[in-house]
Design a protein around this ligand. Structure first.
Ligand code: ATP
Length: 399
C-alpha cells in the first residue's frame, strides 16, 4: 500500500533501518521506518486514511508516525526532494537524496533500504556494503567521525553487537576506543545517554551489554563515580529472575530500568549517584523511589539472622513493598535467601490461611481498638509458622 500511495504522487518510498536489518536476519520487528523522497507527513496521512490507525505529524522535522490497528508502527521521514527542470534527471537526484539520508545513519547494517515503489518493488539498496556486514556479522560505522558526531552511537554499537552477537569491525573498534579515550560521551547531556541506556535495559539480555560497557571502560563516562566491581555482575544477573519472582508473588511488574539502575547506582558513591540522577528527565516519583532504593538496606539487616522462620520474618518484612522485596532478593546471600523466598511465597497465601478478621474478633467479644491490629499480626505470624491451622486453633490462640 505504501509504495502505491507514493507512486500516485511520484514520490520514492523506501523501507530502511532496523526493519530491513531484521528482515534479512529473519528476526521479527513491528517497527517500520520509511524514507520518503517527497512528503513524509502527507504519505503518512494517506496511509492512515486508507488503512486506519492514528497519525502523528512532527512538522518541524517533516516526519510522521502512524500506529496501524494491527499494532504495527510506521515512522515516516522525509528525504529532501529537489525539482529539476528535466524530468529525466529525477531518478538520479532521488538516489542522491536517499544515499544522503542513509549516510547519516549509525552503522552499515542499519543503512540498508528496500524500494517500495512498484517499478522496483523489493529491490535491496545497499550503498555501504551493509549486506556483507550482516553476513559477516559485523558492526561497522559509515565514517570515522561518526562517534564524535554523535557519541550515543557508542552505546548503540555495544547494544547491537551484543544483541546479535556480532563483532565490532576492527576499524570501528579502533575508532570507538579513541572516542572512549577522548571521553566523547561526556560531551552530551546525561539525558541523551539515559535514553540509550533505557534501550539497553529493554534488551532481551541487557546484562551482556552492561558487562561489555564495563569491558570497554565506558561506565565512568556515563555515570561519574561508578566503580565496576565483579560483584555487581552477580546482582545484575539476578535482576530479571527477581523481577519475575516479585511479579509471581505480588502480581506487580516492576520496571526493569528502575531495578537495573538501582543495582548500578549502589556501586557508585552516593553524592555522584544523586548528582547524576538529578540531571535525568524522570518523574519526581521515579527519582524519589530510586533515591529510597539507594538508601534501603534491608538485605544487610536480614543477612545476620541464622535460619529465620516465616513468623520472625513477618515481623521484619510485613510492610515491605514489591520494590523493597526485589532489593532484598537481589542483595541477600546464602542460607537466609531460601528462607526469605519461602516467607514471601507463604505470605501471598495468608488471606486463605487466616480464618479470622476484625468481625470474628468482635463476635468473640473482644472490644474493638488498636488491640485488633496487634492480635491479628501475632496470629498472622503464628499462621505463617504453621502453628495454628484450623479455625478452632486460631480462636484458641487469640484467647
Ligand atoms: P531496534 O531494533 O533497537 O528498534 P532500530 O535500528 O530500529 O533498532 P531505532 O533506534 O528505532 O533503532 O532507529 C531506527 C534507525 O534510525 C536505525 O536503524 C538507524 O538507521 C537510525 N538511527 C537511530 N539512531 C541513530 C543515531 N544515533 N545515529 C544515526 N542513526 C541512527
Amino acid at each position: 500500500g505504501i509504495g502505491r500511495l507514493a507512486d500516485e504522487n511520484n514520490w520514492g518510498a523506501y523501507l530502511v533501518g532496523g526493519f530491513v536489518r531484521d528482515l534479512l536476519l529473519g528476526v521479527p520487528n513491528l517497527d517500520l521506518d520509511i524514507v520518503v523522497v517527497g512528503s513524509a507527513p502527507k504519505l503518512a496521512e494517506k496511509l492512515s486514511a486508507e488503512f486506519g490507525g492514528n497519525v502523528r505529524v512532527h512538522e518541524k522535522f517533516n516526519t510522521a508516525t502512524v500506529h496501524l490497528p494491527s499494532d504495527i508502527k510506521v515512522d515516516f521521514a522525509t528525504a529532501r526532494k529537489e525539482f529539476y527542470e528535466y524530468p529525466a534527471a529525477l531518478p538520479t537526484i532521488e538516489e542522491t537524496n536517499l544515499r544522503e539520508d542513509l549516510y547519516r545513519r549509525d552503522f552499515t547494517v542499519n543503512a540498508l533500504a528496500i524500494c517500495l515503489n512498484r517499478d522496483e518493488f523489493g529491490l535491496l539498496i545497499d550503498f555501504f556494503c551493509g549486506y556483507s556486514d550482516l553476513e559477516e556479522q559485523r558492526i561497522r560505522l559509515l565514517h570515522n567521525l561518526s562517534f564524535i558526531e554523535d557519541p550515543t552511537r557508542i552505546l548503540r554499537a555495544v547494544r547491537f553487537e551484543q544483541r546479535y552477537q556480532f563483532q565490532l569491525e576492527p576499524q570501528t573498534a579502533h575508532v570507538l576506543s579513541n572516542a572512549v579515550a577522548e571521553e566523547a560521551l561526556k560531551n552530551i547531556s546525561p539525558d541523551r545517554v539515559w535514553n540509550e541506556l533505557k534501550l539497553i535495559f529493554a534488551e532481551n539480555d541487557p546484562v551482556k551489554s552492561l558487562r561489555r560497557l564495563a569491558e570497554l571502560g565506558i561506565w565512568p563516562q556515563i555515570i561519574p563515580g561508578l566503580e565496576w566491581k565483579n560483584s555487581i555482575q552477580e546482582s545484575l544477573n539476578k535482576v530479571i529472575p527477581v523481577i519475575t519472582a516479585v511479579a509471581d508473588i505480588t502480581g506487580v511488574s516492576l520496571e526493569r530500568w528502575l531495578v537495573f539502575l538501582t543495582v548500578i547506582l549502589r556501586e557508585t558513591d552516593e553524592t555522584s549517584a544523586v548528582a547524576w540522577l538529578d540531571q535525568l528527565s524522570i518523574t519526581k516519583e521515579q527519582r524519589s523511589s530510586l533515591k529510597r532504593c539507594l538508601e534501603e538496606d534491608s538485605a544487610a539487616m536480614l543477612q545476620d539472622l541464622e535460619t529465620p522462620g516465616p513468623g520472625e520474618l513477618h515481623k521484619l518484612l510485613k510492610d515491605c513493598s514489591p520494590l523493597g522485596m526485589a532489593l532484598i532478593l537481589l542483595f541477600i546471600k546464602g542460607q537466609v535467601e531460601q528462607n526469605v523466598y519461602q516467607y514471601f511465597r507463604l505470605r501471598t497465601r495468608l488471606p486463605q490461611l487466616l480464618k479470622m478478621d476484625g468481625k470474628v474478633l468482635g463476635k468473640m467479644g473482644i472490644e474493638p481498638g488498636p488491640v485488633y491490629g496487634k492480635v491479628l499480626f501475632a496470629l498472622e505470624a503464628a499462621v505463617l509458622e504453621g502453628k495454628v491451622e484450623t479455625v478452632q486453633d486460631q480462636q484458641r490462640f487469640v484467647r
